[in-house]
Structure formats: structure tokens, C-alpha cells
Design a protein around this ligand. Structure first.
Ligand code: PMV
Length: 347
């Protein structure tokens, strides 16, 4: 029996990939496995109110972003709901009011698609759980991740905490192309409170959407080698994560970030998504690391912003360095201190 109406709310975090997902085939199947730190501070909170309607032949919803109607996000949500209709039996039975807000500044250049799609998927699963109260918890989260993947690939890594792996890998037994899993191997305590400071270098619209970016990996001259490299980097990461070898961690993470950008520079058409300040920051991080032996490194998403990763023991030194030398390279001096988090929560 379907409830007449109700409301559910979930908060889901963003994530930052260590081994990057770049390239996919239909429907949202990754060309290579990836792994990310789940973040904590950067998050989307979404409420879904649902009300039974008379007809069940169409999808029906309203969308509010930070309290205001948001027409320009509607097509993306519409496509998402159409795609998951097959898997969510009650979708056309209700009218939904979706209200969403981000913890980070609007248009900060931080992608909200991962946290947003994860939060919305969890809300829908929560409604499904009301219809099926005995649903197993593991199934609940796996299916939420599955749905989130259909909204935005990397969103499937924003359901659970600390370290999430996505994409079938021969040496990771429960890995799947269809949803993210909590990293099943030993993780050294040094990574538990790992910090991520996001330097907001360029807040404008991205030059290339990730949808277009993924497509450019089809027939890419270095594509097959890159996909193989991601598989092998996941293998290499296993002992690094277990023994906390930060020197090797840094090499692997920075190489992944630069390879992601190298793929964009060598596709047709080609893109440079770094800005001059991105390069200035990278050079300063390298110099600081060399001079102070502080284990801090950078990583990048498909944009100009820089994520600085460091253990919490280096917090004071790194934050002093950011204050003294890096803020001048950020748009309006903006940055966000974040850290590794536990995954999404019900509000
Ligand atoms: O989830 P999408 O389709 O927006 O892809 C994101 C891809 C990167 O952020 C560049 C890398 C990653 O693995 O998160």
C-alpha cells in the first residue's frame, strides 16, 4: 500500500577521486575503475516531498534550489528520473517537490552533481523503503549508489564513507561497474582524517562539461593505455593505502590528476582546463614540499580548482602556507577546508 504523502531529507557529500574516472560507455558504465575520498563539509541537502496523484502515466515534479524555483536544472532531473523509472516502481504514482541546497557557495566551480544526485537517490530509496520496510540495509545503499550513478557517474561514490571504489576490477572481488563499494582492503589510520583544502581558482562555468569530456575518450589516441593505467594504479594503491606510504601516495595522486588533464589536452577537440593560477599553485606546492618535507599534494577535477590533500598532522603548517602564499591565486581569495567524511546521512 503506497502512503498518500510524506517527506524525506538526506544530506550527501561531494567526493574527490584519487584514481580518476574519465571515459564511459552507455549507460554510465565507466571505462576504468576509480577510487575517491568521500568529503565532509562540501555537501548537498535534498528534501523530497511526495503526494499521490490521480494518474500514473507521466513524471511530475517541482524543483527548488536554495529556496527558489529552479527551471534550468529541471531537464537534468527529468532525464535522470526517466532513466531510473524502470528501477523505481512508484515514480509515476506521485508528484514530487524536490528542494535542494548546497553547503558550498553557489557557482563556486565545485561540481554539485555528485552530492546532488547522491542525495536525491537516497531520498527516493527512502521512499521505496517505506513500501518495503524489511529491505536489507546493504541493498538500500547499493541501490542508492546504482541510481546515483545513472544521474552522474561519480555520484555513486558519494553515498558511503571514507574511501569508495567504483568499477569492476579483477583484483577487487566485490567491485562493480554498477555501483560504488566501500574500499574493502586495509586502510592506514593516516588516511582517516585526511584533509582536503579546495582552492577556488576559477568559479566560472566549466569550459567543457564532463559529458562531453567522457565522450572525447572514445577513439582517443591514448585512451586504451590510460584505461589500463587506471587499473594498474588501483593495484599500486593497495599497499600504499595499507602502509600509509605518503611519498608513493603523492606520486600516484598527482600523476592521476595530470594524466586526466593530459587526456583533455590530447583529445580532438582539445582543452586546457587549468588556469595560470592553477600552475602557480602546483609549482608553489612542489617548492613547499621540497623545502619543508611536508607531505602535501594536489589533485584536480575537470576544471581549474586545486584540491590540496594532506594528513591532519600537517594541518597547521599547510594552512599557514595557504594563508601566506596561495590565497592570492584564488578568485576572491576563496577556499574551503574539507576533510575525509563518513558518507551520506538521513536528516
Ligand atoms: O561524474 P561525472 O560524469 O561528472 O565525471 C567526473 C569525472 C572526474 O571528476 C573528472 C573524475 C572523477 O573520478 O571524479
Amino acid at each position: 500500500e503506497l502512503p498518500e504523502n510524506g517527506k524525506v531529507t538526506w544530506k550527501a557529500p561531494s567526493n574527490i577521486a584519487l584514481v580518476k574516472y574519465w571515459g564511459k560507455r552507455p549507460v554510465q558504465i565507466p571505462a576504468n575503475p576509480s577510487i575517491s575520498f568521500t568529503l565532509d563539509t562540501c555537501a548537498t541537502t535534498t528534501s523530497v516531498s511526495f503526494r499521490k496523484k490521480d494518474t500514473n502515466d507521466t513524471l511530475s515534479f517541482d524543483l527548488f534550489f536554495e529556496g527558489k524555483p529552479k527551471e534550468d536544472f529541471k531537464p537534468k532531473i527529468q532525464t535522470f528520473l526517466e532513466r531510473i523509472d524502470l528501477y523505481v516502481p512508484f515514480l509515476k504514482e506521485y508528484h514530487f517537490t524536490i528542494e535542494t541546497s548546497n553547503s558550498f557557495p553557489h557557482s563556486s566551480g565545485i561540481a554539485s552533481s555528485a552530492s546532488g544526485m547522491a542525495a536525491l537517490s537516497l531520498c527516493l530509496m527512502d521512499i521505496e523503503k517505506q513500501l518495503n520496510p524489511t529491505m536489507d540495509e546493504a541493498l538500500f545503499y547499493a541501490k542508492a549508489s546504482y541510481l546515483a550513478r545513472l544521474g552522474s557517474g561519480s555520484a555513486c561514490r558519494s553515498i558511503k564513507g571514507n574511501l569508495v571504489q567504483w568499477g569492476k576490477h579483477r583484483n577487487i572481488s566485490n567491485s562493480s561497474d554498477l555501483y560504488g563499494i566501500e574500499y574493502p582492503f586495509e586502510v592506514n589510520p593516516v588516511f582517516r582524517n585526511y584533509c582536503d583544502t579546495i582552492l577556488l581558482v576559477h568559479k566560472g562555468q566549466k569550459q567543457v562539461s564532463s559529458t562531453v569530456g567522457h565522450q572525447l575518450m572514445h577513439g582517443h589516441p591514448y585512451g586504451e593505455n590510460r584505461f589500463e593505467q587506471a587499473f594498474s594504479n588501483l593495484d599500486k594503491l593497495k599497499p600504499i593505502l595499507a602502509n600509509g606510504d605518503l611519498e608513493e601516495f603523492i606520486k600516484l595522486v598527482e600523476s592521476e590528476a595530470l594524466t586526466l588533464h593530459a587526456m583533455m589536452m590530447t583529445s580532438m577537440p582539445y582543452f586546457i582546463l587549468m588556469k595560470p593560477d592553477t600552475l602557480e599553485i602546483i609549482n608553489k606546492i612542489w617548492k613547499f614540499r621540497e623545502e619543508t618535507k611536508t607531505p602535501v599534494c594536489f589533485t584536480l577535477d575537470a576544471g581549474a580548482n586545486v584540491h590540496m590533500l594532506y594528513p591532519s598532522s600537517a594541518k597547521e603548517k599547510v594552512r599557514g602556507f595557504i594563508q601566506d602564499e596561495l590565497i592570492g591565486h584564488c578568485e576572491n581569495g576563496q577556499y574551503i577546508h574539507d576533510r575525509v567524511g563518513m558518507g551520506a546521512i538521513k536528516i
